[in-house]
Design a protein around this ligand. Sequence first.
Ligand SMILES: Nc1ncnc2c1ncn2[C@@H]1O[C@H](COP(=O)(O)OP(=O)(O)OP(=O)(O)O)[C@@H](O)[C@H]1O
Ligand SMILES: [Mg+2]
Length: 590
Amino acid sequence: MRPTEIGTVDSVIGNSISIRMQDAYLSNMPVIDGVVYRIGQIGSFVKIPLGYAQLYGIVTEVGASAIPEAMLELAKTDPSLIQGNRWLKAVLVGEQVGNRFERGVMRSPTTGDAVHLVSIEDLKIVYGVERDENDTSSIVIGNISASESLDARIDLNKLISRHCALLGSTGSGKSNAVTVLLRSIAQQKFPSARILIIDPHGEYGDALADMAKVFKIGAIGSETELEIPYWALPFDELISIFPGNLNDGQKDYIREKVYNMKLANLKNYSGVRSQSISVDSPIPFSIKQLWFDLDNFERLTFESNRTTPTTLLKAGNADKLQPNEYPVCGIGSAAPFANNARKGILSFLDGMRSRILDPRFSFLFNGANYSPTLEGAVATDIDQLFQNWFCHDKIASIIDLSGVPSQIMQTISGVLLKTVYDALFWAQKTKVGGKSQPLLVVLEEAHNYLKSGEESSSSRILQTIAKEGRKYGVGLLLVTQRPSELDETVLSQCGTMIALRMNNAKDRSHISGAMQDDLQTMADILSSLRTGEAIVTGEAVKIPSRIKIFRAPYSPKSSDPIVSEQWSQPKPDGTDYTVVVRNWRNQSFN
Ligand SMILES: Nc1ncnc2c1ncn2[C@@H]1O[C@H](COP(=O)(O)OP(=O)(O)OP(=O)(O)O)[C@@H](O)[C@H]1O
Ligand SMILES: [Mg+2]
């Protein structure tokens, strides 16, 4: 018997095999060629030689639960069948022929076949250590836990084109993993890499300072002011930014008005055909003028002939969003008369007005570069916006949303992603299209934008990207600590899953639900992973692996405070609270 042989195949059901371990194999930790091996670790590998090929399996169950059911049945009459034996259950995951390891198995073992443990040399083949020198498609993000000398590689092509979910409880090392991943992409020197990081807490600016440009509301230093022009949004998304509800008739009425304004402004854009224009086309129009016109129509009153408008008491100002004032309606059948055609949207218009004036929304409605005049003329068109975002010498653009109140963060991210996605959709046949220059969107706290069962602009656009992004070269990296709150269809669209420690059983079961069927038991070990340790499954890895992610050289700002150290410092006096309140009022950290 070869020293690596640990047992024999006892039953085979589909991809799952039960292994009866050798009676003689008493030691759990045999030493072979000076290396100590551990047998029967969940997530470890076993090997079954089959002619010139070797099949590889991952151990998913150990002990009594791994005994095949048929065997348990037989053992009722003859207990000796299972006595004194130890059992493993494994799932076949790949096949090695010569020095090549391939995912998936073409043949299956049969009962009585010998099962071996997997040596370091075997692992080198499985993980492709001797890979082609020209291979630039895989990036290293850590080590294989079973053997620290082996690199944990992931395939960049698959990672981006098939989306990826990065899951883990708070403090399990998600932000660190994102940093390591992006740094490792940067190290490979891809001059055209295009990565957009939606960073709700402003964690990444420092950690990725050398490789990313930061866009922020209330920018300071080397940061750039974040602006998104409202007129580039589809009508439904635009209208959803305003509080208050409209019925279908009222919405159609406003839609028509916006359409006409966009059509009228077409004169500024030669080469655009009027019959191609819809209400969703990114043509500048003045939202202030729109508000003013709509408001005016609601307030208008008429003389006793019911056709001549009354004389204005006070003229309003569209630019300042001040309404026109008319003489109030008479009582009963006395003039002036109200406008019978009015739509009853005054309270909606009030909400609209306060949003447009809200300084927190000025990145949308009052930006310095893209806000149209009342006539609809803009200083800068949005091609410049995309150039700012993507044509710089760094590989990533961080959209830092830390200055934005959390209740509107979702809207902003949705709006932003929608704008980018629409641009890439129309870029299809150009050099900046997603197929020629793929885009990776990193979304921290993804559960906030993609709540299951919630209809919001951000969840709509993310669902679209998850479903269709691949066709236009847009990949998602969804980072979340609450996978159970994440929309399930989107999670299942993620071809690769990097699962860090997960303490909550509900979240774990969600992850196992999204894993390949026969590997689901592996999710049980998620609660006992160390910080920075992860189980990676899916298309971007050759084989489901337990890995230890590197520690990033500059940690994201989210790093845990060292409480004992901080509390040992002299106590600050209270003057900083004055700064706190000023920042709070200014909605800015400057
Ligand atoms: N691979 C690693 N090796 C060693 N330490 C790590 C590793 N990953 C993370 N840490 C440490 O763990 C702490 C938390 O990491 P991180 O901020 O990445 O967690 P997180 O999952 O993003 O948490 P949150 O959900 O709160 O954002 C940090 O102090 C970090 O230094
Ligand atoms: Mg984090």
